[in-house]
Design a protein around this ligand. Structure first.
Ligand code: BGC
Length: 282
């Protein structure tokens, strides 16, 4: 059984309630993949959204247009999240335009895979720089603004929310991808330590850990029937994830419906972290 033989699962949205009405959200790496889906979905839930991108200006503009076409508010801001200067400028621009920030989705991330003994320092630094340092730089600016502003009860019962887009590879080791797995392992303890540090300010910080999601980052893992069949050996739920699944989880986790949730890693992975080999082995 594969993806094609099962009906597509389309989950209904509750049309009468916007989870994030009046909130201001920044989604990094939002011109494609999971970030794009998150930006569009947060806007559907009533947030004003900044669509951050580093390359792909036209794609980012298309995300802004899509949000505007369905009655939402969005703007695109170019910034390399691994640059302190560019991150600070992006936050200034957002706060000038929207007044503040309530939600940061630290999503920008990339892979530069190589066998360990062939991995260059530049591949190592690039992945750590975007995936880990980038999340640090953006979270630091967000926390500064959350602390300055505090809780505004009409908007949210928290002073601010941060989602670290992590991965199943914050716990699953990944040969041939050591820089990537190291970055996500770092994201896990950065998130939990920060959550502990800022909880008393009512700042919520949590990770979402996607499994294999159909995006440009992992095309090789799903584009041919052979690759897809191999991938299914790793996914008990027997289908690939769609970006929208992550978007819905994100909207809920940053909403006040999830207000008491602090410092967790929420796996959205079709069971990938359940040691699938043990379904028949062991
Ligand atoms: C990676 C994907 C991979 C997935 C499951 C993600 O974090 O970016 O390339 O398919 O983990 O292994």
């Amino acid at each position: 059984m594969n993806d094609e033989t099962l009906p597509k699962v389309v989950m209904p949205r509750c049309p009468n309630r916007q989870l994030l009405k009046g909130q201001k959200a920044l989604v990094t790496g939002a011109s494609s993949g999971i970030g794009r889906a998150v930006a569009v979905y947060l806007a559907k839930e009533g947030a004003d959204v900044v669509v951050n991108y580093v390359a792909g200006e036209e794609q980012a503009a298309a995300v802004v247009d899509e949000i505007a076409a369905s009655g939402g508010r969005a703007m695109a801001i170019r910034a390399d999240v691994s640059s302190e200067e560019q991150v600070r400028a992006m936050f200034r621009q957002m706060i000038d335009a929207y007044g503040t920030i309530d939600i940061l989705v630290n999503n920008a991330g990339l892979q530069q895979d190589a066998p360990f003994d062939e991995m260059t320092l530049s591949q190592w630094n690039k992945v750590i720089g975007v995936n880990l340092t980038g999340q640090f730089l953006c979270a630091r600016e967000a926390v500064r603004e959350f602390k300055r502003r505090g809780v505004v009860p009409e908007v949210s019962c928290a002073a601010g929310k941060i989602i670290s887009m992590s991965s199943v590879h914050e716990v699953i080791p990944w040969a041939g991808h050591v820089n990537y797995a190291a970055s996500k392992g770092g994201v896990m303890l950065m998130t939990k330590s920060l959550a502990q540090e800022v909880a008393a300010y009512r700042i919520r910080v949590n990770s979402i850990c996607p499994g294999a999601v159909r995006t440009p980052i992992n095309t090789a893992a799903w584009e041919t029937p052979e690759a897809y069949a191999e991938l299914m050996k790793l996914i008990p739920y027997n289908r690939i994830g769609e970006p929208d699944y992550i978007a819905r989880t994100t909207a809920w986790l940053v909403s006040d419906d999830a207000d008491y949730i602090q410092g967790i890693s929420l796996f959205v992975d079709g069971g990938m972290t359940l040691y699938p080999g043990f379904a028949v082995g062991g």
